[in-house]
Design a protein around this ligand. Structure first.
Ligand code: ADP
Ligand code: MG
Length: 141
């Protein structure tokens, strides 16, 4: 296993419902380290660009509207197998399918409003971290 970095997002429902602290605790308890973090309100263009792979899907408009509906927390998580580990801690996209104890099982309302984002591969982690963080000034160590 290799040390990896991945992008985590506390989505607008997670921030609005007061779950930032618990989500960070879940990541830290699993051995992941926060290498960068910021709370921001995404613009429509930023959300559309971030989710570009889903442009044209039926839920795209709803997704962009949701992701711009309130502030989000963007984080770089680092650790052994961080990409898969974060996905495991989040649980399945649809909370109805998510395993007990996962973030989405605990907090997500629906497949759309599902509280957490995590990069799904090394290539997306690299793209997504570059999309939101500057290597020189924002990523620690
Ligand atoms: P994941 O976030 O688990 O990687 P996807 O990459 O498939 O899932 O989808 C990105 C995001 O788009 C999901 O987390 C969810 O917020 C939204 N989404 C996906 N599928 C649907 C759907 N069928 N209806 C509404 N929103 C959806
Ligand atoms: Mg995805």
């Amino acid at each position: 296993m290799a040390t990896e970095r991945t992008l985590s997002i506390v989505k607008p429902d997670g921030v609005a419902n007061g779950h930032i602290g618990h989500m960070i605790s879940i990541f830290e308890a699993a051995g992941l380290t926060i290498k960068a973090a910021k709370l921001v309100r995404l613009t429509k263009a930023q959300a559309e660009g971030f989710y570009a792979e889903h442009a044209g899907r039926g839920f795209f408009g709803e997704l962009v509207e949701f992701m711009t509906s309130g502030p989000v927390v963007l984080m770089c998580l680092e650790g052994e197998n961080a990409i898969a580990k974060n996905r495991e801690l989040m649980g399945a996209t649809d909370p109805a399918q998510a395993a007990e104890g996962t973030i989405r099982k605990l907090y997500a309302e629906s497949k759309g409003r599902n509280t957490a984002h995590g990069s799904d591969s090394p290539a997306s982690a690299e793209r997504e971290l570059k999309y939101f963080f500057s290597e020189a000034f924002e990523l620690v160590g």
